[in-house]
Design a protein around this ligand. Sequence first.
Ligand SMILES: Cc1cc2nc3c(=O)[nH]c(=O)nc-3n(C[C@H](O)[C@H](O)[C@H](O)COP(=O)(O)O)c2cc1C
Length: 158
Amino acid sequence: MRRTPVYYYSSSSGLVRLFAERLGRPVHDLSEREVRQSLADGPWVLLTPSYKTGNPANDTIPEAVRRFLASPANRRHLVGVMGSGNRNFGRYYQRAAREIAELSGRPVLFEFELSGTPWDVQECVRILEELDAALDRRDALRAHDSDASPAAPTAAAL
Ligand SMILES: Cc1cc2nc3c(=O)[nH]c(=O)nc-3n(C[C@H](O)[C@H](O)[C@H](O)COP(=O)(O)O)c2cc1C
C-alpha cells in the first residue's frame, strides 16, 4: 500500500521537523529548494506551522508552503492538511493550516502544538494509516471502473 507522503515546512527552530521525522513514512522538507520546486507524484498531505507576521497580505502561511501550493498539480494532489501551532496565539491558533484547508476544500486531518506529544505522534500515525487505506480503496474502485468500461460497448453490441 502506498504511504501518503507528508510535505512539511519547519523553520530553524525545527519543531515541525522533529514531529515529521517521527511519523515513520516518507516526509519532504519544503525548506529545501529542490523539494519546493518539485511536483508531488500523487496524493500528499501538508504539515505546516503558522507564523503570524502582521503583514495582512501574507500573514501566517509560510512562504515555502505558498510556493509549493502555487503549482496547480500540487494543489490538485493535496488530500489533507495538518498544523502545528501555539495556543498562545489565540484566534490565530493554526491559522495557516485552517486557511489552506478552507481555500482548498481539503480537511484538516490533525492539529498539535509545537513539536507534539508522544500521543500526538501516535494519533497522527493512526490517522495517516487510515488515509492510506482509504486512498487505496479509492484506487481499487477506480481501477475496477476503468476495467469495466471497455467491456460495456461490446456487451451492448451483442
Ligand atoms: C514569530 C512566531 C509567530 C507565530 N505565529 C503563530 C500563529 O499565528 N498561530 C499559531 O498557532 N502558532 C504560531 N506560532 C507558533 C509556531 O507555529 C509553532 O511553534 C510551530 O511549532 C513552529 O514550528 P517550527 O519550529 O518547525 O517552525 C508562532 C511562532 C513564532 C516564533
